[in-house]
Ligand binder design. Structure first.
Ligand SMILES: Cc1cc2nc3c(=O)[nH]c(=O)nc-3n(C[C@H](O)[C@H](O)[C@H](O)COP(=O)(O)OP(=O)(O)OC[C@H]3O[C@@H](n4cnc5c(N)ncnc54)[C@H](O)[C@@H]3O)c2cc1C
Length: 324
């Protein structure tokens, strides 16, 4: 009997010991992955802050204010301090009843065309050769590898090819036997003629986003999602301006210049497609919405993958192979 009790006791302490080992191991694994996640987040934040620091002195960078007064079904007036703070941040703002608002000090916007030109100039100063405009019409292959890119009668010899051709990615990728699933996502924007300065911040309000470019042009759209309409008429432009004018009444002083219809670079599942393709080892894909916001981080991470021939963990969920 004593022996049996002893052996049960031994068994129990062995199980307890094993549980402790399992728990310690599980804790260590979760601490390690938390550490990696934190390390990756810190790296991203420092990359993005670095890009912002580099660009800030050269092109206008504007911070973002958001309102959420119509998001809640039954909005209640915010405390007077909130509205006063909003007016202090954006003196031209007439927010209406505010249930919630936020000011994102860390978020900002840049003029994407100005930023692209700046980055191209920097690349050229480091020895890059830019050919623009130039249309890639086909690829020369050597087995699975791309050996040359055909550009208007010339063939450019390549070690690697990065396909970042936005909504034109699927037809180019198809020439390489790759299927890149994308969805249509039209986006309408109304642009005014350059106007005296009304806004120094980006406003994201219910049903209207607004910003004023450094040249005085005011740009407004409905939101960051796909637009149900592809109507680029002046009447649609006026409707967009009126929608935004609910929040910035002085917008009626501005004159509509044009309405643009853009197509968001949106992969079928809404997530970016980034990285090498196993069946085409020297081809690298980059297609994503919010490509401007993501570009400082993705540019750095893609450069690491391309130049150091490594795989960055953070990009693993975004490979093309997830659609296979
Ligand atoms: C209305 C609207 C609002 C948006 N708002 C935001 C926003 O607020 N924040 C944000 O981050 N993003 C926003 N975006 C998305 C952003 O514009 C894209 O994510 C970004 O432009 C993608 O960059 P990219 O370089 O991959 O592609 P693109 O900017 O589309 O560039 C692709 C380039 O490849 C060229 N090309 C195509 N085919 C060929 C070929 N055969 N040979 C040679 N060149 C070729 C094209 O001419 C183009 O110059 C918005 C988009 C739209 C339409």
């Amino acid at each position: 009997m004593v022996k049996r009790v002893l052996s049960i006791g031994t068994l129990l302490s062995a199980i307890t010991g094993l549980l402790v080992v399992v728990l310690v191991a599980a804790f260590a694994v979760s601490a390690l992955s938390a550490y990696h996640r934190e390390k990756q987040s810190r790296m991203l934040v420092s990359v993005v802050s670095g890009a912002r620091d580099i660009m800030a002195p050269m092109i206008a960078v504007r911070a973002e204010v958001t309102l959420a007064n119509l998001v809640l079904e039954a909005p209640q007036a915010a405390v007077p301090g909130t509205v006063a703070e909003l007016r202090r941040l954006v003196p031209m703002l007439e927010p209406g009843p505010v249930a919630a608002a936020s000011f994102c000090d860390e978020e900002a916007t840049v003029d994407p065309v100005a930023a692209t030109k700046l980055l191209l100039e920097a690349a050229v100063s480091h020895g890059a050769v830019v050919r623009h405009p130039a249309t890639v019409s086909s690829f020369d292959m050597n087995g699975a590898q791309v050996r040359g890119v055909r550009v208007e009668g010339d063939t450019i010899a390549v070690d690697a090819v990065v396909l970042a051709t936005g909504v034109e990615l699927p037809p180019l990728a198809a020439m390489l036997g790759l299927t890149v699933p994308m969805q249509d996502s039209p986006g309408l924007l109304a642009h005014t003629r350059p106007h005296g300065r009304l806004l120094d911040r980006v406003i994201v309000a219910p049903g209207a986003t607004l910003k004023q470019l450094p040249n005085g042009e005011i740009v407004t759209g409905v939101d960051f999602g796909g637009s149900p309409s592809q109507d680029t008429s002046a009447a649609m432009g006026q409707r967009l301006l009126e929608g935004a004018g609910r929040f910035v009444p002085r917008l009626k002083e501005a004159t509509l210049d044009r309405v643009t219809l853009g197509w968001r670079v949106l992969p079928a599942d809404g997530q970016p497609i980034i990285g090498r393709v196993p069946s085409r080892p020297n081809v690298y894909l980059a297609a994503m919405h919010s490509g401007i916001t993501l570009s400082p981080a993705v540019g750095q991470l893609a450069a690491i993958e391309l130049l150091d021939e490594v795989q960055v963990d953070l990009l693993e969920p975004y490979r093309l192979t997830r659609f296979a």
